[in-house]
Every structure is written in structure tokens, then in C-alpha cells.
Design a protein around this ligand. Structure first.
Ligand code: G3H
Ligand code: 13P
Ligand code: NA
Ligand code: ZN
Length: 328
């Protein structure tokens, strides 16, 4: 059944778990996520970006989600729009039947330039006013995602601020978060605590803590009724990176967010954890390996099946780790 993000995350908060929100663009991703959720009995957040809508086409994306809901009627599914760059993008998603939208007013409509606080409040509030009248939830974002080491947003993903960011933007301010929520009435808030989008998050293997969990705790104390969201939360699996490079790929050495740090975030109030890169890497690795090992094959179903299996394993592992298994 289709349910709103507010309903889904209220349940997560009441039962102290977190939900991964996986990005979807095609059928195999949707199937992998649903199969994993069915296997471990977890609720589901499927999220589509504006890029997903232009890749698949609005009717295809809408019907993929409808197919997931029809095939798994016992699983609660939230259909969430990821990173709306303008109110218009959010309104189109509401019209398309999404039960939740993100208005990312932390950046201007170009998706690159950090926006003023006033711009963020105004655009987000516009979306909340209309969305809530339609029973649709809204996620906002405050702060700019980027590495606390380098001050840079993640590379090669196309999402995030360009150039070097002012250090104060890289950590969401708890007082500003409280004011933002009062003014906008968002249901969920994406916060900056040291993550960044894409595969290239950390250049060396994290030895200590990479996230500012103390900041999560402070923000959660100020706005306990707003569900906290962590973007850029792929763990960048070392085994899939190795497989990609072993079978002809050329990814640079890189590290993601350790799963146990995400779990610590969940213990301190994080309820939604955005993951895209991990599934991209698993499917690319599985396809490269299959094609290298079975050079006579030209039936795409065979390699798509391997990709689906690889993504499913990651989804199931995240549902288990985040405490969402058994919660559907
Ligand atoms: O944060 C963005 C997600 O990874 C979606 O990326 O715009 O390429 O679909 P996309
Ligand atoms: P990753 O690039 O870490 O998977 O993050 C995805 C994301 O935040 C989508 O909004
Ligand atoms: Na989002
Ligand atoms: Zn994101």
C-alpha cells in the first residue's frame, strides 16, 4: 500500500529504527528493493530524482512504483521525490502520485549554488503549503553536503554545491534547524553532518569517526518531531569496487560511510538514510563480472538477473542493519 513519508517515519521513530531510501530509475532496481523488503519484512521508501523521471519517463516511473505496490500489497511503500530543485518539480511529482517530495532549497534551482536561508525557507514553505493540502509529506534540507576534510561536495554525481564550501555550511546549525521547522512545517529534514554524494567521499579508510553524531544528537533534541535524514549515505562497498576494477572498470580508490556509523546516527534520531551509489556499484560490478566470465552470452536477462541479485543483497543487509527488518 502507498503511504506517506510522515506515516512511515512516525512508525520508525516509535519503534527506534531507520529506513534506507534507495534511488530508483529502472525495473531491476525496483525489483531488487522489493524482493529484499519482502524477504526481511521491511517497509520501503522508493525515491526517484528528477533525473530518474527524465530517464524512465514520467509514466514508466509511475507505473513501476504502481507495479511494486500491486505485486507486494502487504508492504507499506512510500514513493518519494528526491532533491526537488524547484517547487515546480515538486508539484509535478505530487500530480504524478508521489506520497512525499523533497524540496531542496539549500541550493538554487541550478542545483549547484548555495542559496540564502530566506530563499530556502520561502521555496520550502511554498511546497509544504500545497503538499500538506494533498496529504503529501515534505522533506527539506538545511546545510550543504560536503566533506568536512576538503570542504568539497562529492564529485562526479552532479548533485551538490560547486567549488569550496564555507565550513559553516557543512554542518547544520541546531538553532537554525529549529527556526526552519517552525517557519516551514516540514515533516523531515536532511542535515549536513559530514556526508557527501557520490562514490568519492573519503580518500583514506576511515579510522576514527567520520560523522558528527554529536550534531545529530543536538539537532534531534531541538526538533524531536521532525524526522532527520542523512543523504550521501552509501558505504561504497570495497568488495564491489574491487570487482569493478578486476573486470575492466577504472574507479579510483575511495571509501564511504561505515554502516556502524549510520546505525549510531539512527540511535540518535536519524530515520531516513539515502543510498544510491551502493546499488549503482553492485549492479555495475555484477554485470561486468558476468559478461567477462560468460563471453558467449548475449541474453540481457542473464546479466540483469545478476545485477538484481547483487542489489538485493545490499538492500537486505541495510534493512537488517538499520533495524527495519520485521517492521512491515
Ligand atoms: O542525490 C542524488 C541521487 O544520487 C540521484 O542522482 O540525479 O543522477 O538520479 P540522479
Ligand atoms: P549516495 O551517493 O551516498 O548513495 O547518496 C545518495 C543520496 O543522498 C540521494 O539523495
Ligand atoms: Na530525498
Ligand atoms: Zn541526496
Amino acid at each position: 500500500a502507498l503511504i506517506s513519508l510522515r506515516q512511515l517515519l512516525d512508525h520508525a521513530a516509535d519503534n527506534s529504527y531507520g529506513l534506507p531510501a534507495f534511488n530508483v530509475n529502472n525495473m531491476e532496481q525496483v525489483q531488487a528493493i522489493m524482493q529484499a523488503a519482502d524477504q526481511v519484512d521491511s517497509p520501503v521508501i522508493l525515491q526517484g530524482s528528477a533525473g530518474a523521471r527524465s530517464y524512465a519517463g514520467e509514466p514508466f516511473l509511475r507505473h513501476l512504483i504502481a507495479a511494486a505496490i500491486e505485486m507486494y500489497p502487504h508492504i507499506p511503500v512510500c514513493m518519494h521525490q528526491d532533491h526537488g530543485a524547484t517547487p515546480g518539480v515538486c508539484f509535478r511529482s505530487i500530480q504524478s502520485g508521489f506520497s512525499s517530495v523533497m524540496m531542496d532549497g539549500s541550493l538554487l534551482a541550478d542545483g549547484k549554488t548555495p542559496a540564502s536561508y530566506e530563499y530556502n525557507v520561502n521555496t520550502t514553505k511554498q511546497v509544504v503549503d500545497l503538499a500538506h493540502a494533498c496529504g503529501v509529506s515534505v522533506e527539506g534540507e538545511l546545510g550543504c553536503l560536503g566533506s568536512l576534510e576538503t570542504g568539497k561536495a562529492g564529485e562526479e554525481d552532479g548533485h551538490g554545491a560547486e567549488g569550496e564550501l564555507d565550513h559553516s555550511m557543512l554542518l547544520t546549525d541546531p538553532d537554525e534547524a529549529a527556526d526552519f521547522v517552525t517557519k516551514t512545517q516540514v515533516d523531515a529534514l536532511a542535515i549536513a553532518i559530514g556526508t557527501s554524494h557520490g562514490a568519492y567521499k573519503f580518500t583514506s579508510k576511515p579510522s576514527g569517526k567520520v560523522l558528527r553524531i554529536d550534531r545529530v544528537k543536538e539537532i534531534h533534541q531541538r526538533i524531536p518531531n521532525v524526522h532527520l535524514v542523512m543523504h550521501g549515505s552509501s558505504s561504497v562497498p570495497e568488495d564491489w569496487l574491487a570487482i569493478i576494477n578486476q573486470y575492466g572498470g577504472d574507479m579510483g580508490q575511495t571509501y564511504g560511510v561505515p554502516v556502524d556509523e549510520i546505525v549510531e546516527g539512527i540511535r540518535n534520531g536519524v530515520r531516513k538514510v539515502n543510498i544510491d551509489t551502493d546499488l549503482r556499484m553492485a549492479s555495475t560490478g555484477a554485470i561486468r563480472k558476468h559478461l567477462a566470465e560468460d563471453r558467449k552470452n548475449f541474453d540481457p536477462r542473464k546479466f540483469y538477473k545478476e545485477a538484481t541479485k547483487a542489489m538485493q543483497a545490499i538492500c537486505a543487509a541495510r534493512y537488517e542493519a538499520f533495524g527495519a527488518a520485521g517492521m512491515a
